[in-house]
Design a protein around this ligand. Structure first.
Ligand SMILES: Cc1cc2nc3c(=O)[nH]c(=O)nc-3n(C[C@H](O)[C@H](O)[C@H](O)COP(=O)(O)OP(=O)(O)OC[C@H]3O[C@@H](n4cnc5c(N)ncnc54)[C@H](O)[C@@H]3O)c2cc1C
Ligand SMILES: *[C@@H]1O[C@H](CO)[C@@H](O)[C@H](O)[C@H]1NC(C)=O
Ligand SMILES: *[C@@H]1O[C@H](CO)[C@@H](O)[C@H](O)[C@H]1NC(C)=O
Length: 459
């Protein structure tokens, strides 16, 4: 009897025999947390990579049949063959707006032969090979749309549907990594008279290629990265390109003669628009490059988050849901090397799920958030600025790495982004001619490659 017990104990649990009384001390492995990742774009893929490396129990639920999220160009707009809204906002001529080194995923070097500012196609290839290299696809349930995530009895109840068969599934997860991106739902400006306008109006989410604007009078609204990039793309073929913006940013680009700066649109008429300075222009087409809205139709009040079109609060370190800290909202930073930031967040989130570190108290997390919220208010800025990293980017990388014991995004990326932004303001046509070379964690060099020169510059 005793012998048998010892044998069993030795193999599964530890036990002690005290004065003939058999007592068991269970040392069963603590239950591994189950992690559900929603989305297989960069945020979902990097999460899957680290979760796999840590041997955690996880699954990735992806609504489409593909990895890469917004980086997979789809010529279609509207809905796909399963009636699902097209997620991607990618356009045909897109090249990255950051040097490739600032878009590299940790542990998987970006190909040397890639140009400094790769096309979406090359970057998408890179993401696919990342998924392949780390064998992530076996952890992804493709064509599975998450329809609801509810907090029930100290866990998350996740309902998802196979969009091909309609079959519904339910599972329970300890952690939720929300990796669904936030460049998909158009933020429309709702300008008076839109319904009267006889021309076309689209949002940049549905812009694919400039060909249909050939010889036409087009207006772009907005001067964010898409506004400027799509503006130049369209101005190459359009008769005129009216660029309406209230941004105070000064672009020193030598714009072509058909590129005409305008203030805010006041109202549309049948054949054009009035602007805030009283001027009127005849227009054929309008492209709103007015940004995107945060959209989490699968989350409800049980998440403890407050959702607005342009912000989600309260998040600790721009990602941890303070009211339910087993939920991580990934990629919710603006003005940063987003790819590197997401990669770092995936390391942080995985270390958290693994139990490598514990979060500060709720009070401390709220205080961190409140400090940022107060700063936004004191600057007289809208709450959407709560997601802005900008000049705090490098501090952020240091802070999350230190807290979680994960590796830090090197300072050189922030430095490269700063110079890249300056080059962009100097000339939107030429900033991608710079060739960058990272020397070490803190330093890089760059040289200007004149496209007319056959000799290549060496940074
Ligand atoms: C046109 C454009 C150009 C850009 N250029 C750059 C650039 O040059 N450099 C840069 O650093 N960043 C750039 N970005 C930012 C870009 O968003 C990030 O690089 C990055 O792709 C974000 O990855 P993500 O995983 O957070 O989101 P996404 O790539 O959007 O992936 C989200 C995934 O979640 C899935 N999903 C959504 N909802 C559900 C659901 N309910 N259930 C299941 N799955 C769901 C989607 O199908 C998608 O696959 C650009 C963005 C756009 C739109
Ligand atoms: C992972 O979690 C699922 C769902 O809770 C469970 O069915 C499965 O047995 C777990 N796998 C491992 C290896 O623990
Ligand atoms: C968690 O800690 C272990 C042990 O220190 C380490 O090997 C692992 O890389 C850490 N995981 C993450 C995701 O940081």
């Amino acid at each position: 009897m005793k012998l048998k017990c010892l044998f069993v104990c030795a193999s599964v649990i530890s036990c002690s025999l005290l004065g003939g009384v058999v007592s068991f001390t269970f040392k069963a492995e603590p239950q591994k947390p189950r992690v559900c990742v929603i989305g297989a774009g960069i945020a979902g893929l990097t999460s899957a990579h680290y979760l796999k490396e840590e041997g955690l129990n996880f699954t990735v639920l992806e609504a489409t049949q593909y990895v890469g999220g917004t980086w997979r160009y789809d010529p279609r707009v509207g809905t796909d063959e399963f009636g699902q809204p097209i997620h991607t906002s990618m356009y045909k001529h897109l090249r990255t707006n950051l040097p490739k080194q600032a878009m590299e995923l940790s542990g998987f070097p970006i190909p040397k032969e890639y140009p400094s500012f790769p096309s979406w196609k090359l970057f998408y290839e890179y993401l696919k090979s990342y998924a392949k290299h780390f064998q992530l696809e076996e952890h992804i349930k493709f064509s599975h749309l998450v329809e609801s995530v509810k907090r029930v009895e100290n866990a998350w109840k996740v309902k998802h549907k196979n969009v091909k068969t309609g079959e519904q599934f339910e599972e329970v997860c300890d952690f939720i990594f929300v990796a669904t991106g936030h460049h998909s739902k158009p933020n429309m400006p709702n300008i008076p008279g839109e319904e009267l306008f006889k021309g076309t109006i689209i949002h940049s989410h549905d812009f694919r290629e400039p060909d249909s604007y050939k010889g036409r009078r087009v207006m772009i609204v907005g001067s964010g990265p898409s506004g400027m990039d799509i503006g130049l793309d369209v101005a190459d073929v359009s008769k005129t390109l009216f660029h309406s913006t209230h941004s105070k940013v000064t672009f020193r680009t030598p714009f072509p003669d058909n590129f005409i700066k305008k203030p805010d649109v006041k109202r549309f008429t049948e054949n054009g628009a009035y602007f805030s300075d009283g001027s009127f222009e005849e227009l054929d087409d309008v492209i709103y490059c007015t940004g995107f809205q945060y959209s989490y139709p699968f989350l409800d009040e049980s998440s403890g988050l407050t959702f607005a079109p342009r912000y989600v609060i309260p998040l600790y370190h721009y990602m941890v849901n303070i009211n339910q800290p087993t939920m991580i909202m990934m990629g919710m930073v603006v003005r940063a090397c987003l790819v590197a930031a997401i990669d770092a967040q995936a390391r942080y989130a995985t270390a958290l799920a693994k139990g490598n570190f514990s979060l500060p108290s709720k009070e401390k997390m709220l205080a961190e958030w409140q400090t940022r919220a107060d700063l936004v208010k004191s600057r007289g800025r809208p709450m959407s600025d709560i997601h802005l990293l900008a000049e705090r980017e490098d501090e952020y990388y240091a802070a999350i790495a230190k807290e979680s014991g994960t590796s830090r995004v090197p300072p050189v990326l922030f430095k490269m982004r700063t110079l890249d932004t300056a080059a962009k303001l100097d000339n939107l046509y030429t900033y991608r001619n710079y060739v960058y070379n990272v020397i070490d964690e803190n330093t890089f060099t760059r040289c200007y490659q004149d496209p007319r020169e056959s000799r290549s510059c060496t940074p």
